[in-house]
Design a protein around this ligand. Structure first.
Ligand code: AMP
Ligand code: ZN
Length: 475
């Protein structure tokens, strides 16, 4: 059962928010463009991956059976250059950086894709797709390269809004040695130079262009038409525009129904980018790798901006995120603690349960509105104030427990936030002393109660008396 039919997604293809209706009622196929594994990824790249992780988590929360495919690009010019620089093969480079990439993804609490295809393992699929494109009259061969003819694909530009004429006039395009029919025609297959990785093909030895791998691998695992395709907004043109052209000219069908693009993470007003040198790797920022930050805080920081709004990467903003996350963490620990001492209470507190239901609906309404994470976080803070108040004089342990479960489901399972548990396991001898002290208090033997309090203190615990209950906490 899917929880809602009200999820709205901003579709970059139609440029509006649309009610999400997957091809099959309870299944979603989603393809996210992955990194080129020639180096560490930066925190800007991570911003995009965290945003898609939240989207996928929410689709799963709603009850969809999500198939998440994300490629790694393990052959392209950057890979070749890096391998030459390090005096090794692209295979070794890919192996090294793919592992680092997945370790980083896990560190930021991203769920890993269900299928993680590598371009070099799909050369046969790529070649057969290029053959189809050429057979259908959209590709042409020049000097061992195969190009896509953008003029032949009448829908070219429908995603990004570029027009072919504009492109011709103003195009600043990569120069290569072969004549292309249009300067923006792009390579489906590239002839390899001596020493470069190459595979046998009907057009001679060579390697795939970048765009074709995503068309071939996404359609292989998700079908010729699938639900969602995503990436950072810089991929809209030319990468995704080219993917549409390739796929639709091969199949004659709509390639993707919903396109999602994430905004940039900027630093000092500029896009964080490898080429500008203004980046921090997602890896180096983490404490466990010698950096300053806890991944939990950085994730919170990334999630606290809507995915279609830019993020300014700056110290104070990360500090704010850290404090906010800590507030929620403190609340979670206080509630856990209070639950240990709830015994003689109401089986259900209807008032609390109804407030929680209301907050859950508000959280879902925020997420249904094109995954509005800042609004969802605001609801979590409302949730948190409610529970902080409630534990001052709780009426029902069972309802408080339900409330905590709901809070954790929304914050951890949907947003992927994490909270550390304080050690709350109280040793047996301390528990015994607490019971003795409660007995003394009931008998109004205040002297004895105070003495026991001191003893408990010596064992490293303090006691707070709330109404008729005593709460023990580590000092
Ligand atoms: P790349 O390896 O350059 O293809 O980047 C991997 C992903 O990160 C793509 O979806 C890019 O669009 C995205 N990306 C690159 N730079 C940024 C940035 N500064 N902020 C957000 N996303 C980015
Ligand atoms: Zn791609």
């Amino acid at each position: 059962m899917i929880k809602t039919d009200k999820l709205k997604i901003y579709n970059s293809l139609t440029r509006k928010k649309e009610i999400f209706e997957p091809l099959q009622s309870s299944k979603v196929g989603i393809y996210i463009c992955g990194p080129t594994v020639y180096d560490y990824i930066h925190i800007g790249n991570m911003r995009s991956f965290v945003a898609f992780d939240v989207i996928i988590r929410y689709l799963r929360y709603l009850g969809y059976d999500v198939k998440h495919v994300q490629n790694v690009t393990d052959v392209d010019d950057k890979m070749i250059k890096r391998a030459q620089k390090e005096g090794t093969t692209i295979k070794e480079i890919a192996k090294k950086y793919e592992k680092i990439y997945f370790d980083d993804m896990k560190a930021y609490n991203n769920q890993l894709p269900d299928i993680n295809p590598r371009a070099t393992e799909h050369i046969a699929d790529i070649i057969s797709l290029i053959k189809k494109i050429v057979e259908n009259g959209y590709g042409y061969v020049k000097g061992g390269n195969v190009y896509f003819s953008i003029a032949k694909f009448k829908d070219y530009g429908k995603l990004s809004g570029v027009s072919i004429n504009q492109l011709k006039a103003g195009a600043r395009v990569e120069q290569d040695n072969y004549d292309k029919e249009h300067p923006r025609d792009f390579a489906l297959w590239k002839a390899s130079k001596p020493g470069e990785p190459s595979w046998d093909s009907p057009w001679g030895n060579g390697r795939p262009g970048w765009h074709i791998e995503c068309s071939a691998m996404s359609m292989k695992y998700l079908g010729e038409t699938f639900d969602i395709h995503g990436g950072g907004k810089d991929l809209k043109f030319p990468h995704h525009e080219n993917e549409i052209a390739q796929s639709e000219s091969a199949t004659g069908k709509q390639f993707v129904r919903y396109w999602i693009h994430t905004e940039f993470l900027n630093i000092k007003g500029e896009k964080m980018a490898k080429s500008l040198g203004n980046f921090f790797t997602a890896h180096e920022l983490l404490k466990q790798n010698g950096g300053k930050y806890d991944a939990k805080d950085l994730r919170y920081f990334l999630v606290s901006t809507h995915y279609r709004k830019p993020i300014d990467f700056k110290e104070e903003a990360i500090e704010d995120a850290k404090n906010s996350r800590k507030k929620l963490e403190n609340m979670v620990n206080s509630v856990k603690h209070a639950l240990e001492y709830e015994k003689n209470t109401l089986p259900v507190d209807r008032e609390l349960e109804s407030k929680i239901k209301n907050l859950k609906e508000k959280f879902e309404a925020a997420m249904n509105d094109d995954f509005n994470t800042p609004e969802a976080l605001r609801v979590l803070f409302e949730f948190s104030s409610l529970l902080n108040k409630y534990i001052e004089s709780p009426k029902s342990g069972a309802s408080l427990k339900n409330a905590l479960t709901t809070f954790l489901n929304l914050s951890q399972n949907v947003l992927g936030l994490q909270f550390e548990s304080e050690k709350t396991e109280i040793p047996k001898d301390v528990k015994k002393l607490v019971e003795e002290r409660e007995k003394a208090r009931k008998e109004k033997d205040w002297n004895k109660a105070d003495k026991i309090r001191d003893e408990i203190r010596k064992k490293g615990y303090i006691i707070e008396d709330k109404n008729d209950k005593s709460i023990v906490k580590p000092v």
